[in-house]
Design a protein around this ligand. Structure first.
Ligand SMILES: Nc1ncnc2c1ncn2[C@@H]1O[C@H](COP(=O)(O)OP(=O)(O)OP(=O)(O)O)[C@@H](O)[C@H]1O
Ligand SMILES: [Mg+2]
Length: 268
């Protein structure tokens, strides 16, 4: 029997306020120890799915189980503990600008553990080294390049040695070389720490480089494909076929999302 999936999304319906459902009756299993790329056009609900997986957005119906625990019905006070083994790299990078890089990485350790300061310091040093920022701990996020900031955010997401790492468009706004370095880094971290990685990405090169599996969402959060990368490439659903034939997702190839354009404008 296959190992229990690390994330089970069961018949999930979710949306914002009184607005229409963004995700409707969505069911996906994310297997352990693999890298899954979540792909789909802008606005189809990829980030919304992540918000449900980390309990930031409560489902209207259905379940989200992370490592066997149902977040959708869990008391909010129990969420931080349940999610302490989940690292999240937000689409916007979200670092505290008033704190140094080292303090940013230390934050989750201070919040979730009672470790003495010397151990936290050592752990932060190791994480920054792992992402190639061993020299940048005393800098502030505003002093880093876009690629460095992503790596710093990755070090922070890794602070608590997560068994699951969720990355929302980690390479958006990076040049192809830096994006490829980030892919290598994510793969390296997966192998070193035996993590499961779920990553939202539009980049075919990145999917080829790191993904074992693909989840392909269409407009309205419809599930077009979930399974191994090789199967996605031969999938007969037109949207999936078009994407892997480099014709883009619901937009001309090379079109960047508004957010990507804005992020680039801010040098992220
Ligand atoms: N905080 C919010 N309040 C209201 N609606 C929202 C909110 N966040 C997202 N939405 C809506 O939910 C839908 C899905 O958004 P989501 O951010 O999940 O898309 P996405 O697939 O991540 O897109 P992108 O590739 O551009 O990041 C969109 O119609 C969006 O307008
Ligand atoms: Mg998004």
């Amino acid at each position: 029997m296959a190992a229990e999936p690390i994330i089970r999304v069961v018949d999930l319906t979710a949306g914002y306020g009184d607005g229409p459902a963004v995700l409707s009756n969505l069911s996906i299993d994310f297997p352990r120890g693999r890298v899954t790329a979540v792909v789909g056009g802008s606005g189809c609900g990829k980030s919304t799915l992540f918000k449900c997986i980390v309990g930031l957005l409560r489902p209207r119906s259905g379940q989200v189980l992370v490592a066997g625990r149902d977040l959708s019905t869990m008391d909010e006070r129990d969420l931080p503990e349940a999610l302490s083994r989940v690292g999240l790299l937000f689409q916007q990078g979200a670092m505290l600008n008033s704190a140094t890089v080292a303090d940013n990485v230390a934050l989750p350790l201070k919040e979730h553990t009672t470790l003495p300061a010397s151990i936290i310091e050592e752990s932060v040093r190791l994480k920054l080294q792992a992402v190639g920022l061993g020299h940048a701990g005393t800098k502030f996020p505003s002093e880093l390049s876009g690629g460095m900031r992503k790596r710093a955010a990755l070090a922070r997401a890794m602070a608590l040695d997560p068994e699951l790492l969720l990355c929302d468009e980690p390479s958006a706004g990076l040049d192809p070389r830096t994006a490829a370095d980030l892919d290598d880094l994510i793969l390296g971290l997966k192998e070193t720490f035996r993590m499961t990685v779920v990553v939202v990405t539009h980049e075919l090169a990145s999917i080829d480089a790191i993904a074992d599996d693909v989840v392909f969402l269409g407009p309205g959060g419809v599930l077009h494909y979930a399974g191994p990368l090789a199967g996605a490439k031969t999938c007969t659903v037109p949207e999936v076929g078009d994407f892997f034939a480099r014709r883009g997702v619901g937009a001309p190839a090379g079109t960047r999302s508004l957010l990507q354009v804005l992020e680039e404008g801010q040098g992220r």
